[in-house]
Design a protein around this ligand. Structure first.
Ligand code: F6P
Length: 352
């Protein structure tokens, strides 16, 4: 059996353990298995950059962040358009898959990569996808691999900020990733005991932030801002105007909030942007378990020829859903979700 593997989109801590889960399980379930590792995501499949990777290469990568195959964001945004040399990317992928005589292609990726996986599946290729992202925004799975490790980094940043915030009696804004959704910000804010959390799903008011700070009896305030969070006014602006506002503030919502707070007389506000540190380092034990199990399930689906699916973790069980059911959909935090009320009851303000 010949199985192609690729890791696509922004990396995260648990890509390697996921691939390990796939390969070790395949090795045990199939009579003979050959792994074709595509370099740097879909680019490897388009331009035929691959190597035959010995299963032994996957054995000792359980706690290793990053991806041994390399990854890239490109080119799935413009996947259906020809490249600069006129190469039809989708056609090239289908041809290379066939030339290599693959039984299945395994894609580890987020929303964009899953969309492409679905496209390839519709073209008749056997594809299995595994839900990767620190953002936890893939529709159909309760949790993605990479999310827990990123929360752990986010929490650590908040913990470290707390002592200096306490000593100086200052307001700190910790900006966390999460793209268009607030999962990473919200979970890290709960784990780190933040006073305020700002998420894209709940547009906020600067005035309300100022009120919380001014009434905070602790004398210091910790704000967690998801990178995609917006003020109510921003949501009404055309996208290009919003971009302009942010570009004047280092492309950072935290920087923007700090400058607006200063205008309201709240001084010495400090910002910390966790950035790509949230995708670095080792996977947490939870992520190692989750990713290993998701990978193992992916291998089972290959053995049973149950292609065209995304492996998911739903209602405490590893299962799978058709790629067509999840492709192109985003899982945001529902405003009516109990977690929102729980946070408010705990005294964590959304300032909305
Ligand atoms: O999708 C994962 C993610 O880390 C987002 O949270 C973030 O917005 C984006 O990737 C950053 O992308 P890049 O690595 O291309 O800067």
């Amino acid at each position: 059996m010949r199985v192609g593997l690729l890791t696509s989109g922004g990396d995260c801590q648990a890509l390697n353990p996921t691939m390990r889960g796939v390969v070790l399980t395949l090795k045990n379930l199939a009579k003979k298995v050959e792994i074709i590792g595509f370099a740097n995501g879909y680019k490897g499949l388009i331009y035929n950059h691959y190597s035959i990777v010995s299963p032994s290469a996957f054995v000792n990568i359980l706690n290793q962040g990053g991806t041994i195959l390399g990854t890239s964001r490109e080119p799935f945004k413009h996947i259906t358009e020809p490249d600069e040399n006129g190469v039809d990317k989708v056609k090239a992928m289908v041809e290379n898959y066939k030339k290599l005589d693959l039984d299945c292609l395994v894609v580890l990726g987020g929303n964009g990569s899953i969309k492409t996986a679905n496209l390839l599946s519709e073209k008749g290729l056997n594809v299995i996808a595994l839900p990767k992202t620190i953002d936890n925004d893939i529709y159909g799975t309760d949790i993605t691999f990479g999310f827990d490790s990123a929360i752990s980094v986010g929490t650590n940043v908040i913990d470290n900020i707390r002592t200096t915030a306490q000593s100086h009696k200052r307001t700190f804004i910790v900006e966390l990733m999460g793209h268009k959704v607030g999962w990473l910000g919200l979970y890290s804010a709960i784990a780190g005991g933040a006073d305020i959390v700002l998420i894209p799903e709940k547009p906020f008011s600067i005035k309300k932030i100022a009120d919380v700070i001014n009434n905070n009896k602790k004398g210091y305030t910790i704000i967690v801002a998801s990178e995609g969070a917006m003020t109510k006014e921003m949501t009404k602006m055309p996208k290009k105007d919003r971009k302009k506002v942010l570009s004047k503030n280092n492309n950072s919502i935290a920087t923007y909030i700090a400058s607006e707070l200063e205008k309201l007389g709240i001084v010495e506000v400090r910002t910390t942007i966790a950035g790509h540190t949230q995708r670095g380092g080792e996977p947490t034990p939870y992520d190692r378990i989750l990713s290993t199990r998701l990978g193992a399930k992916g291998a089972e689906l290959i053995i049973s020829k149950n292609y065209g699916n995304l492996v998911v973790f739903k209602d405490n069980e590893i299962s799978y859903i058709p790629l067509s059911e999840t492709a192109g959909k985003l899982k945001a935090i529902d405003d009516n979700s109990p977690i929102i009320k729980e946070c408010e009851n705990l005294g964590i303000s959304f300032c909305d």
